[in-house]
Design a protein around this ligand. Structure first.
Ligand code: SF4
Length: 222
């Protein structure tokens, strides 16, 4: 769950600092990708829908056997609710998530010819699919520079002032407005990886941080 920020929101980092920071991210990882495992647009959609309040590692464990036999909405409907529930029972909120996946599969078959639609609005009509899930799918499989703001990106965006904002939608807009266009496509992955492994919530690892000299966060660790 991402908490909104109540304090005054500072100005975003200037252009030159944004270029310097993302150049370093790109140097360290030229082709960042999601850590969720998937086979196509549909399986990524399912994996992201399952990942709410769960780790990517946990989702990957549960979907390994599932995606070996299911890669289309029609196949998911043929598998059925009971078998799907059994496949994902190690993931939090699995009963509700299984219902959503069956319902979204039915909607894809009935309204989109069994294909995953390529628009945010259409994706967000699917059961269990919010703006963040839609943006991950648009970015990772349709190569659209959509910014899916999760708890990591919200924290990193505000600490570093790459994209400060009071809530997730403000941070999403701040990334779109401030991150140079050439870095937009991969910004989502670079910021998630940075938040997950370096700028961690309880104790940021400032000593090993590749952008320490550019980061204005006042409570850096020694
Ligand atoms: S210097 Fe510290 S607070 Fe700033 S981005 Fe790096 S890890 Fe995060």
């Amino acid at each position: 769950m991402v908490r909104a920020v109540s304090a005054r929101i500072p100005a975003p980092l200037p252009y030159a600092a944004q270029v310097a920071i993302f150049s370093r991210f790109r140097e360290a990882e030229p082709h960042p990708v999601t850590e969720l495992e998937y086979r196509n647009a549909f399986t990524l959609l399912v994996a992201v829908a399952l990942s709410a309040q769960a780790t990517d590692v946990g989702v990957n464990k549960a979907t390994k056997a599932l995606f070996a036999k299911v890669s289309t909405p029609q196949q998911m409907l043929e598998l059925g609710l009971e078998a799907l529930t059994d496949h994902i029972k190690t993931i939090g909120l699995f009963r509700q998530k299984a219902k959503n996946v069956i319902a979204l599969s039915q909607r894809l078959v009935d309204e989109y010819g069994g294909e995953v639609p390529q628009s945010r609005a259409a994706l967000m009509t699917l059961p269990g699919v919010g703006r963040k899930t839609a943006n991950v799918v648009l970015n990772s499989v349709f190569d659209f520079p959509a910014q899916a703001v999760d708890t990591h990106i919200f924290r990193v965006g505000n600490r570093t002032r790459i994209a400060p904002g009071r809530d997730v939608e403000a941070v999403e807009r701040a990334i779109e407005d401030n991150v140079p266009v050439t870095f937009q496509q991969n910004a989502h992955h670079w910021l998630i990886l940075h938040g997950r492994y370096v700028c961690q919530a309880k104790r940021p690892r400032c000593k090993i941080c590749p952008i320490e000299d550019l980061c204005p966060f006042e409570e850096k660790t020694e």
